[in-house]
Design a protein around this ligand. Structure first.
Ligand code: HAM
Length: 420
């Protein structure tokens, strides 16, 4: 133990469990890479205004949860609380949207920071894999993204997740609904904080989990009744495409996301084994975000899946991923000369693409064999003075215990043959 500990709300990823995180990132990104999404990486921090304008001045993320700071040079920056605003900023800055090749399809993977009250599944540093399709208004694009996330979760072996789907309307119909909702909410018995929320972001009140608020919400106007014809038709197409693809979803008229940029299609992936932090991923359309951050009109859609919560979902379902052992061969030298010779063999095996490790630090045979077994290796290469005098090493199958002498110049071929 050192004097220091990981900061509150954070944790370290350590082997062997860290392999599951890598496998989850890989599984989520594989369907994207297979569907025309290119990899993008943006800085871990941005101008604080990008998030204030993009995510929304009234959201918890911006008002309470941002790690914002001023640099020595006087710049106001924030650690990124999410990826969409940054990815859109980067795409606009690099003019990826020009040249007629829309949508620009991008995927990303990285760390995000929110100053939240930590609990299981809710951290101050967490990890997302996300996708954004920028510059096209096409229900097939919304459907594509939902289908790819569904595919990713299924490829991991997850079954107990549900897809909640809603439409939040557009700049035509949402303001009308917002006004109707405000009128309804202003007639209720609410505390000052919630009244302020009614003024700034009334849709969020629908998401209030307190019973005292919930019971007053019966009879609140429903957004679905206010959708304009264009939004209704668009949403119906998304639903039809998902159904045709065999992706099950639940219509959830109360699905309100915690970020302000959403329009039309919104969705959340929830997992029933996770308790209160049940959203493993979420996303939707954000047709107005580009203009909010000073760009041209670029209707877009995207999602981000939480890696931490996806790993918790795997645990909740008792799914263990089939992760191949990192080491296939473990070399155990007995004596100085053997160290030199076997180290050479280790380098040759690695060059041949075979994952190999070595008993460093002059351990005795017993300890070295223990390390070999712990590494998960299938084969051990063992050599002592007598073997070297005969120009061989012993190739030991750690599963069967079988051992054969292999000439030094045939080790790579023999190992390859044995591993298959
Ligand atoms: P979000 O719903 O805020 O959306 O986050 C997406 C996912 O990130 C959540 O479902 C959850 O799994 C994970 N997550 C969020 N906060 C935490 C936390 N404190 N601890 C652990 N996991 C967390 C967005 O971030 C949008 N940018 C998604 C998007 C992309 N919309 C359009 N494009």
């Amino acid at each position: 133990m050192s004097t220091f500990q990981a900061p509150k709300g954070t944790y370290d990823l350590l082997p062997p469990n860290s392999a599951t995180y890598l496998a989850v990132r890989e599984a989520i990104s594989a369907p994207l890479r297979n569907s025309g999404y290119g990899y993008i990486e943006t800085p871990g921090f941005e101008n604080v205004e990008l998030f204030a304008r993009g995510v929304g001045e009234s959201t918890d993320i911006v008002t309470k949860e941002m790690y914002a700071f001023e640099t020595k040079g006087g710049d106001r920056l924030a650690l990124r609380p999410e990826g969409t605003a940054s990815v859109l900023r980067a795409a606009l800055e690099a003019n990826l949207h020009k040249g007629g090749n829309l949508p620009v399809k991008l995927w990303y993977s990285g760390s995000y920071y929110r100053y939240e009250r930590p609990q299981k599944g809710r951290y101050r540093h967490f990890s997302q894999v996300g996708a954004e399709a920028i510059g096209a208004e096409d229900p097939a694009l919304d459907a594509e993204l939902i289908i790819l996330a569904d595919q990713a979760y299924r490829s991991l072996g997850l079954r107990d997740f549900r897809i909640l789907l809603n439409s939040l309307g557009d700049k035509e119909c949402r303001p009308v609904y917002r006004a109707a909702l405000q009128e309804f909410l202003r007639g209720l018995d609410l505390d000052d904080d919630t009244r302020r929320r009614v003024d700034i972001n009334p849709l969020r009140v629908l998401d209030d989990k307190r019973e005292s608020v919930r019971k007053q919400l019966t009879g609140a106007p429903a957004l679905g009744d206010y959708l304009c014809e264009a939004c209704k038709a668009y949403h119906e197409q998304v639903r039809e495409l998902l159904t045709a693809a065999g992706v099950a979803f639940e219509d959830d008229a109360n699905l309100v996301r915690g970020l302000d940029y959403y329009t039309r299609t919104t969705f959340e992936f929830v997992h029933d084994g996770l308790g209160s932090q049940s959203a493993v991923g979420g996303g939707g359309r954000y047709d107005g975000l580009s203009e909010m951050i000073g760009g041209p009109a670029l209707p877009s859609v995207g999602w981000a899946l939480g890696v931490d919560r996806t790993v918790l979902a795997l645990e909740a379902e008792g799914v263990t991923l089939d992760i191949p052992a990192a080491t296939a061969v473990y070399a155990v030298p007995l004596g100085e000369e053997a160290r030199r010779v076997l180290f050479g063999q280790v380098t040759a095996l690695r060059k041949a693409g075979i994952a190999t490790d070595f008993a460093f630090g002059g351990k005795g045979l017993k300890n070295a064999m223990k390390s070999a077994n712990r590494s998960g290796a299938r084969l051990a290469l063992v050599a002592g003075e007598r073997d070297l005098a005969e120009g061989v090493v012993q190739l030991k199958n750690l599963e069967s215990g079988e051992q054969t002498a292999v000439p030094l110049d045939a080790v790579v071929d023999e190992v390859r043959r044995t591993l298959g």
